[in-house]
Design a protein around this ligand. Structure first.
Ligand SMILES: [Zn+2]
Length: 427
């Protein structure tokens, strides 16, 4: 007797399987489960995927677009200025409410694990207090990891280092950084060394905003990789954005990528934000600013797509849908071969789960029973349509249902029901 059976869905690897769930775990996966269940979901013809995972977000700032005013220049730097005003105006209650609304959106779209950077700059640390409350409030359905993020610089901001340590003492999960925003290249490199040592001392992972600039000489990723090796942090360190790599000299990159691979650094580009914020100082040709995704993957470097922002001082759009993120990434990185498109789906599911170290993740017996039923034939079809999430299961419980996106047509001689599935599977 199962609590729930998801019947006949197609898994991302192409197999058609039934999935049996007992309590909060997957307890059976087989071509046919002949057993009773309290509820059976018919997923025949649909894609059944492990949940979406976002390894890079800012939940303290989300859904604040237009407060205190919009970002007129559209640049990273004006966004940082605006946020600097907003974080001192917003109350803990307001930040919690905005974040919980975002988590509702995420839950409805099957986004069930999020790593959020939390600004540790201000002495009041209200954002840290608010996000710790949110982490607790959503833990039944979203795994929220919180990164201590010195937004205004570890050394550049007054009390920057001291407040980051205070935030870690309050219980944040990951050590962040922003070396390209320190006053000098030397201070940026020193901040990377310092932060990696803090992480090593505390046994924490590292995830830095790193080289989020079009300056080809912004090379803090090199220091991050070298410090990872020096301190034995392999597999626990991520570099977010890495946009300067887009503009770097090819010879230098040919030396950098093997070092990153050796240090087992993960890379987290954020394509919606990178394509909007980078290249703002260019005329034409205008750089895309996205890091070298396919080239890193060819070197065996783990690369996942992150969302970064939704309706905040840096980004005026956003949906909490990781299929939107992967769709943009696929275009900007020109990952249009069927294998590359399928990989983009894996990046926002399994790869991101690996980056976040989610050990109970996946469609396998013994894993947490968290999954998504999509109105799509396969992962590529899901990306193409940004398909509806028919059903979302979190830790054994159904938490969201949505309608398919079929349309009713009233055209003479044409079908009355339109289904926008691809005519044949290409995944
Ligand atoms: Zn970010």
């Amino acid at each position: 007797m199962f609590d729930l059976i998801i019947e006949g869905g197609r898994l991302p690897d192409g197999r058609v399987q039934d999935i049996g769930i007992t309590g909060e775990r997957i307890t059976a996966i087989a071509p046919r489960i002949e057993a009773e269940a309290f509820e059976v979901i018919d997923a025949r013809g649909d894609l059944v995927s492990p949940p979406f995972v976002d390894p890079h977000f800012h939940m303290d700032a989300t859904l604040s677009y237009g407060q205190p005013r919009v970002n007129a220049s559209g640049t990273l730097l004006e966004g940082i200025d605006l946020w600097g005003e907003l974080r001192d105006l917003a109350t803990v209650e307001e930040m919690v409410e905005r974040a919980l609304t975002y988590c509702d959106w995420a839950a409805s779209l099957g986004l069930l694990a999020i790593r959020s950077h939390v600004d540790t700059t201000p002495d009041h640390l209200r954002g840290v207090e608010a996000m710790i409350a949110v982490r607790e409030a959503v833990k039944g359905y979203i795994d929220l990891q919180l990164v201590a993020f010195p937004q205004d610089g570890l050394y550049r901001a007054p009390n920057g280092r001291q407040n980051l340590i205070r935030a870690l003492d309050m219980g944040l999960d990951v050590v962040g950084g922003i070396p390209h925003f320190e006053r000098t290249m030397a201070e940026g490199a020193a901040s990377v060394r310092d932060l990696c040592e803090i992480a090593a001392d505390r046994g924490l992972p590292v995830d830095m905003h790193c080289d989020e600039t079009d300056d080809p000489m912004s090379r803090h990723i090199e220091t991050l990789a070298a410090e990872t090796l020096r301190l034995g942090l392999q597999g626990r360190v991520a570099g977010s954005h890495l946009t300067s790599m887009h503009s770097m000299d090819n010879y230098y990159v040919s030396k950098l990528l093997p070092l990153m691979a050796e240090a087992e650094i993960s890379a987290i580009p954020n394509p919606l934000i990178n394509i909007v914020l980078q290249g703002r100082h260019d005329t034409y040709p205008k750089r895309r600013g996205l890091t070298r995704v396919k080239e890193m993957q060819a070197m065996g470097i783990r690369v996942g797509w992150g969302q970064d922002c939704t309706l905040d001082p840096w980004y005026s759009l956003g949906t909490a849908d990781m299929l939107d993120v992967a769709f943009m990434g696929l275009h900007v990185a020109q990952m249009t071969h069927p294998e590359e498109m399928a990989r983009c789906f894996t990046m926002v599911t399994e790869t991101n789960a690996e980056i976040m170290g989610l050990s109970d993740y996946g469609l396998r017996v013994g894993a947490l029973a968290s999954l998504v039923v999509l109105d799509a034939a396969d992962p590529v079809d899901a990306l193409r349509q940004r398909a509806a999430r028919r059903l979302v299961v979190a830790k054994g419980r159904i938490i969201a249902r949505s309608a398919r996106r079929d349309a009713q047509l009233t055209l003479p001689g044409r079908p009355t029901t339109l289904v926008r599935r691809a005519p044949h599977s290409i995944g």
